[in-house]
Design a protein around this ligand. Structure first.
Ligand SMILES: NC(=O)c1ccc[n+]([C@@H]2O[C@H](COP(=O)([O-])OP(=O)(O)OC[C@H]3O[C@@H](n4cnc5c(N)ncnc54)[C@H](OP(=O)(O)O)[C@@H]3O)[C@@H](O)[C@H]2O)c1
Length: 341
């Protein structure tokens, strides 16, 4: 494939961190990004250049461009963490193949992106582009965190933001393993769809009897793990209702609330634990054989219909500055950027 010298990209306007905490919503990209024509990056030793097909837009991307994520922004470099595309150049036998990847050197909201060859994940032909574009961040996190659920030995677990893409993947894992998902959402309208997916119970955080309902469910099902992407007061209150030895695993900060921890004695006397999960750290620390196994399982689950990606909308790269915020605001699905148009 002939690689041009110039490409379209959504380029970051700022370096470093913003020291704010405003959540994953955004209504105007222009203070943070510009649509520019920039040189196509040249891969160095151990790197690959990928022609991007479809990039998934995750909450972590929005936190990142706002300067609110766990790694600093670099001014002048395209944004976007994960995508699917074709390897067009680099130090790898995968040139010509369709791969999912996490861009470590030049971001995915561009016609071309660059990453380390060790991070390329070849895709089965029947694995759809919308599933492949989001193969790394959410599915791998779901599999990694579900290992914690299995290790707990309980036959139920609690998850919030349960209507998120990641929440739905976790519900599917619980359903298939016979470990009952207790789904927490803020909108009652999501309840039926999540029960149909496999949620054993649905707790609506904004309902007047939410704490009483959770208390009854926890007494019956005795969950030991709370997988939390929200980090609000309701989640803290839920954790202190859970039985002894419960583990609160925070992996996202969708809420801007600062929860008060009212029952710290439970950490001492009931052996309860509060901890964080970050996929980036897990990938460095886990047994390296676990990761290719996980990708095989992920592709199998999507191809056989055990998992699916709900799509809120696909925005052309050329129109993303104007159209992406509106698609990000739609409920119950993922936004994507099509880098081919
Ligand atoms: N730590 C890690 O390594 C890691 C890896 C992957 C993902 N994550 C995190 O996982 C979370 C889910 O990601 P995703 O891609 O699956 O998200 P998504 O599909 O974009 O869905 C976002 C969800 O967040 C909910 N939400 C937003 N603000 C909320 C709030 N203030 N209170 C309660 N719920 C709220 C939305 O609920 P409504 O439908 O009610 O709007 C929606 O269900 C994100 O926080 C992401 O950063 C972390």
């Amino acid at each position: 494939m002939n690689v041009p010298t110039q490409m379209q990209a959504l380029v970051q306007r700022h370096d470093g961190y913003a020291n704010t905490q405003t959540g994953p919503m955004i209504d105007d990209l222009s203070p943070l990004l510009t649509h520019q024509t920039i040189p196509v990056p040249t891969p160095g030793p151990g790197q690959a250049l990928i022609k991007v097909h479809l990039a998934a837009v995750n909450p972590s991307d929005v936190h990142f461009i706002k300067g609110e994520y766990g790694q600093p922004r670099i001014k002048g470099i395209p944004a976007g963490f994960e995508a699917v595309g074709e390897v067009v150049a680099g130090d790898t036998p995968l040139v010509g193949q369709r791969v999912s990847f996490f861009a470590s050197a030049s971001g995915t909201w561009a016609e071309y992106a660059m990453t380390d060859v060790s991070g390329l994940v070849p895709c089965r032909p029947e694995f759809a582009d919308v599933d492949a574009a989001g193969q790394l961040v959410n599915p791998l996190t779901a599999i990694a965190m579900f290992d914690l659920v299995r290790q707990s030995g309980a036959d139920s677990f609690v998850l919030n933001a349960a209507g998120s893409q990641l929440g739905k993947l976790l519900i599917g894992l619980g359903r298939d393993a016979g470990i009952k998902p207790i789904a927490v959402v803020r909108r009652a309208a999501q309840g039926d769809a999540l029960r149909a997916l496999g949620a054993a119970e649905v707790i609506v955080s904004h309902s007047s009897d939410a704490i009483g309902a959770a208390s009854d469910v926890f007494k019956t099902l005795k969950p030991r793990v709370l997988l939390d992407a929200v980090g609000d007061q309701f989640t803290a209150d839920l954790f202190f209702l859970m039985p002894s030895h419960a583990r609160w695993v925070n992996y996202g900060k969708l809420s801007t609330e600062k929860p008060a921890l009212g029952e710290m004695g439970q950490l001492i006397f009931q052996n309860k634990v509060i901890e964080g999960f970050w996929l980036t750290r897990w990938m460095k620390q886990t047994d390296p054989t676990r990761i290719p196994q996980a990708f095989a399982e992920i592709q199998e689950r999507f191809v056989t219909g055990q998992w699916k990606t709900d799509v809120a909308g696909i925005v052309p790269l050329s129109k993303a500055m104007a159209d992406l915020p509106q698609v990000l605001g739609k409920p119950d699905g993922k936004a994507f950027i099509d880098a081919r148009c």
